[in-house]
Design a protein around this ligand. Structure first.
Ligand SMILES: [Mn+2]
Length: 337
């Protein structure tokens, strides 16, 4: 494509995707479980754009719409809880599904069964996985955020921008770049952000809402997690564990853990940072972050997970201690290669 405004290499599927969106009248949007600012912001902006075109739009996610990003929605009644009758009805009556920020069926969990009969448009910046959702796939792994791709699509579609649409996509780009700090912070993504500010996104306000509005319980949890911080003798791997008991006691949610992995990551000399937490049924979830030395997407894939080369995750079947030993061992091995 040739979106002069965005300069994104979205490919020929971009036009096909816009055609499908243009033809549809009842559209269901979804994103991966535990939606982040990118998934939530992309959904919010696309919902506003499509509703503005007179479409009937509903958002059906595998997990509740994140409370921290609810302010991005112009109409919260469009969000329907999965498992409810309204969500089932919306999916049955829809003529198009749009999946954002993932292209893998397993990442949308129970939503996949609800939308698999529908034609689908997938907009994603992750590398293709083994379990791809079939449909028109618009993929750009060079995009910092799915929100950057949605911006390019909406520009090409001649969107009638509102400050709230701009804010939603600015938040998507802001959060997926860790506040414009990570290696995916490109000139293109900063140009996108600049354009979104011109369209009405307020950087100071959005930064405060995203990074300056944490609940106290987050810090209670961080306090206990910090006590587990360890650095491997090589100095190149560091990890932190979110104690299971503290997790329950502080009544924290997964949203409260946002940014925890930045603690081990920010230690001098550390190339791979890991955050472990208890998952359901005694399993262990690990989030991985890497500099340039190791492709953690490959590493996570070896444990049945995935993500990006520099940010990935996996769920291991074993309990904490064993999972930590196995993952740290694998990272040390990868660093030695
Ligand atoms: Mn993303």
């Amino acid at each position: 494509m040739s979106s002069a405004a965005a300069g994104l290499p979205l490919g020929s599927d971009c036009g096909e995707a816009l055609d499908a969106l243009g033809r549809a009248s009842r559209i269901v949007l979804s994103t991966h479980h535990n939606a982040d600012g990118d998934g939530a912001g992309s959904e919010a902006a696309l919902a506003m754009h499509l509703a503005g075109r007179g479409k009937h739009v509903r958002i059906v996610n595998p997990t509740p719409f994140p409370e921290a990003f609810a302010f991005l929605l112009d109409d919260a009644s469009r969000v329907l809880p999965v498992g409810g009758q309204e969500a089932a009805d919306a999916c049955r009556e829809a003529d198009l599904a749009v999946v954002l920020d993932t292209s893998e069926a397993k990442r949308i969990g129970p939503v996949h069964a609800l939308i698999r009969h529908l034609p689908a448009v997938v907009i994603d910046h992750h590398p293709a996985g083994a379990d791809g959702i079939s449909g028109i796939v618009v993929r750009d792994t060079t995009a910092a955020a799915t929100g950057e791709m949605v911006f390019a699509l909406l520009e090409r579609d001649g969107a009638a921008w509102t400050p709230q649409m701009a804010a939603a996509l600015y938040t998507a780009v802001l959060t997926d770049t860790g506040g414009f700090r990570f290696s995916n912070t490109t000139p293109t993504c900063l140009r996108t952000a600049a354009r979104l500010i011109e369209l009405g996104a307020a950087p100071h306000d959005l930064h405060r809402r995203v990074y300056g509005s944490f609940r106290r319980r987050r810090f209670a949890l961080l306090q206990e997690s910090l006590a587990t911080l360890e650095v491997h003798e090589s100095g190149r791997v560091a990890w932190m564990i979110v104690p299971g008991a503290a997790y329950g006691r502080t009544q924290a949610s997964v949203e409260d853990l946002e940014g925890f992995v930045d603690v081990p990551r920010s230690i001098r000399g550390v190339e791979v940072a890991l955050l472990f937490r208890v998952a359901k049924d005694g399993q262990t979830k690990v989030s991985m972050r890497s500099g340039a030395a190791v492709d953690v997407n490959q590493l996570a894939a070896a444990f049945g997970g995935g993500g990006h080369p520099r940010a990935a995750g996996a769920v291991l079947p074993e309990p904490m201690e064993e999972a930590v030993r196995r993952v740290v061992g694998a990272v040390v091995g990868a660093l030695a290669e």
